[in-house]
Ligand binder design. Structure first.
Ligand SMILES: Nc1ncnc2c1ncn2[C@@H]1O[C@H](COP(=O)(O)OP(=O)(O)OP(=O)(O)O)[C@@H](O)[C@H]1O
Length: 270
């Protein structure tokens, strides 16, 4: 395996607005993600997690700092040059409806942007839908025919269609019933073990982020205050802010017995 990291984020700063209305959402953040690794991003609401994900996806510009994908500086590319990397870096967002067009059949949505010259695309689509546990014929239906959990699995299949190397998962199970959260998380893990892709896994639920991540980075008001192996960050946080955050998150981490039980039974989290 190459020594070049999959993603390097170097001194990233992202401001929204300008002049007196300027607001610094991400302040001098640096981290790396290795090939096949999952880095979890934890932090309170408004700490800048989604903005980091959006900067990696090229959806918001970096005010300063650099982002590299396998050694290529994405932040130095034109919009056109950047688009060429779009198939390598994909996203799964909290709300699958943001990526599924309600008046488009699932099959057409999944094939969108995949070149016709890719002879395997239809086979890949059918195999992904089946791997996501969706019924035969899903591709001929519209999003309204499916439950929230099924729609999120379709959104994951869509993200995987271009065989990306990195997927930014921004709160991918937050909107789902606790009973289907573990199923969706396990599908994400299964795809990773089959393909070797890396994840930036954004979340505010500490159990979910720990379940998914090898390392966890903690953000406080746009600044990265701690980054280390997931169990160390959760069990022995070295920074006072992380200690407080983890204690507060653990105190509210069991919203539903079903989800907590299913996560721990699947992975031995305890
Ligand atoms: N489009 C925008 N314009 C202006 N400010 C924004 C915009 N998007 C986010 N912000 C602000 O930037 C800061 C970081 O927001 P961001 O959504 O990245 O945080 P987050 O940690 O992902 O929060 P949450 O967990 O609530 O999604 C917040 O103060 C937010 O209000």
């Amino acid at each position: 395996m190459s020594d070049v990291p999959l993603i390097v984020v170097e001194n990233l700063v992202v401001d929204y607005g300008s002049g007196a209305r300027r607001h610094r959402a991400v302040d001098d953040v640096s981290f790396e993600i290795a090939e096949g690794e999952t880095l979890g991003l934890l932090g309170e609401s408004g700490s800048g997690k989604s903005t980091i994900g959006r900067a990696i996806l090229g959806l918001v510009p970096a005010t300063s700092g650099r982002i590299f994908f396998r050694g290529t500086e994405l932040t130095a590319l034109s919009a056109r040059g950047r688009r060429a990397f779009g198939s390598h870096i994909r996203a799964v967002f909290q709300d699958p409806n943001s990526t599924l067009n309600p008046v488009r059949r699932i099959g057409a949505t999944l094939l969108e942007g995949i070149p016709r010259s890719d002879a395997a695309r239809t086979g890949r689509m059918l195999s992904l839908l089946s791997r996501m546990g969706l019924p035969a014929g899903t591709e001929d239906n519209f999003p309204a025919a499916f439950s929230g959990g099924q729609r999120q699995r379709i959104a994951i299949a869509r993200a995987m269609m271009s065989q990306p190397s990195l997927v930014v998962c921004d709160e991918p199970v937050t909107a789902l019933d606790v009973s289907v959260q573990a199923q969706v998380l396990n599908l994400l893990r299964e795809v990773q073990s089959n393909t070797g892709l890396g994840y930036l896994f954004i979340g505010h639920d500490i159990e979910v982020v720990r379940y998914m991540s090898e390392r966890i980075a903690v953000l406080e008001k746009g600044r990265l205050v701690e980054c280390g192996p997931a169990d160390d960050v959760v069990r022995n946080p070295s920074q006072p802010y992380t200690q407080q955050l983890v204690a507060a998150m653990l105190a509210t981490a069991h919203p539903g017995v079903g989800r907590a039980e299913s996560l721990s039974s699947l992975h031995g989290v305890g």
